[in-house]
Ligand binder design. Structure first.
Ligand SMILES: C[S@@+](CC[C@H](N)C(=O)[O-])C[C@H]1O[C@@H](n2cnc3c(N)ncnc32)[C@H](O)[C@@H]1O
Length: 351
């Protein structure tokens, strides 16, 4: 998924930075701002016991599948109900059946598609994709209620749907706006594909909470923090994915159809609150080691962060420069600060 702040291209940097700093007995990692689950997914494969958390519900769904599951689910009951073959054939056959579920004119179509009934008309998805999403979303709830899907199976299909819908969204990148005409990828039918679960054993719990409140309840060896860097809130940038995941028919407002989001605002997106939020979280952490990913263009400066972390123990910082992602060329409304950004990994030994 093309998610702001996703750490996919920095996994090697994080793996080196973290494993070279901790002792051998540090095996429990808590990814408190988990987003797409990419970091937890990677460290689980390395043998760590991972706990994941995010304040957004779509992120919770992704993490339940990518990190929470140890293998693709069997879909035993669903196979019986749909007359499909044995679980040995893997989830592809199940996904094919889900892809063929009948369309419905539901909340997603009515509110986010050009043929819907919202004022103004919104262009987040093609009419066909909106109706297919409503059909699948409604069926998943029914199957869950009837006990046809286990919890793991439900979240596996939810994760696949969220990724598939994001791929056909008619946006430039985030859901803060939609394009006025359907672009070519948005005109294609979405397809649910198998989800790459992180193979493993044991329990890897996933939470959907404000990390500041949760952190004092999760004993771990390693707390990994990857908070938002700037004032752009994830709850507004990804509000459409949140509604697809929650399917709670919220009251939408404004041209872009924002759902209520007061409970999901992050203090890390507010300049005057970010340092205080960092201090609270690190103070409450029940971890021996704390790692913070941040970059040189964030709301908090390197010096300020070192000041806060330094009051809890020995701290250092690893850096990596990478070329800036440019959504468009410099112009009257856009002037990027520099051609490259420095990624930071702050490392604190809290013992
Ligand atoms: C930079 S992204 C994390 C990206 C993630 N490491 C990845 O690779 O996909 C920051 C995440 O923090 C979440 N978030 C922001 N404030 C939060 C809070 N107070 N508690 C928990 N999650 C929060 C956002 O929803 C977002 O998914």
């Amino acid at each position: 998924m093309n998610y702001i702040g996703r750490k996919y291209s920095l996994l090697e940097f994080l793996e080196d930075g973290i494993t070279s700093f901790v002792d051998r007995n540090a095996t429990r990692l808590f990814d408190v701002f988990a987003g797409t689950g990419t970091v937890g997914w990677h460290f689980k494969r390395l043998g760590y016991t991972v706990t994941a958390n995010d304040i957004q519900y779509y992120a919770y769904c992704l993490n339940r599948a990518f990190v929470g599951l140890n293998r693709p689910p069997a879909f035993t009951r669903l196979r019986e109900v749909m007359g499909l073959g044995s679980a040995r054939r893997g989830p592809a056959e199940v996904l094919e059946a889900v892809n063929a579920i009948r369309s419905r004119r539901g909340f997603i179509f009515k509110n986010y598609c050009p043929g819907g009934s919202s004022t103004p008309k919104r262009f987040y998805f093609s009419d066909r994709n909106g109706q297919r999403c409503d059909g699948i979303r409604t069926q998943l709830e029914a199957w869950r209620d009837e006990g046809v899907l286990t919890e793991g199976e439900y979240y596996y299909l939810m994760a696949s749907l969220i990724v598939a819908m994001d791929r056909v969204a008619n946006t430039a990148s985030v859901y803060a706006a939609y394009l006025k005409r359907l672009k070519s990828t948005a005109r294609k039918d979405f397809v649910l594909n198998p989800v790459p679960v992180s193979a493993g054993t044991g329990r890897h719990p996933v939470h959907h909470r404000n990390g500041s409140e949760l952190v004092s309840r999760i004993p771990c060896d390693i707390l990994y923090m990857d908070p938002p860097y700037n004032q752009r809130q994830y709850c507004t940038n990804y509000h459409v994915l949140e509604t697809i995941a929650a399917y709670d028919r919220p009251r939408l407002s404004g041209v872009t159809g924002l759902r209520p989001y007061d409970e999901q605002r992050s203090d890390f997106c507010v300049k005057v609150k970010a340092l205080g939020a960092l201090n609270t979280m690190v103070g409450r952490a029940r971890a021996r080691y704390v790692f913070l990913s941040y970059n040189s263009e964030g709301l908090m400066s390197r010096r300020e962060i070192l000041g806060v972390l330094g009051s809890y123990g020995k701290v250092d910082v690893k850096t990596k420069r990478y070329p800036r992602f440019r959504a468009d060329a410099d112009g009257a409304n856009r002037n990027y600060k520099a051609d490259s950004v420095t990624e930071y990994l702050f490392r604190l030994n809290k013992e």
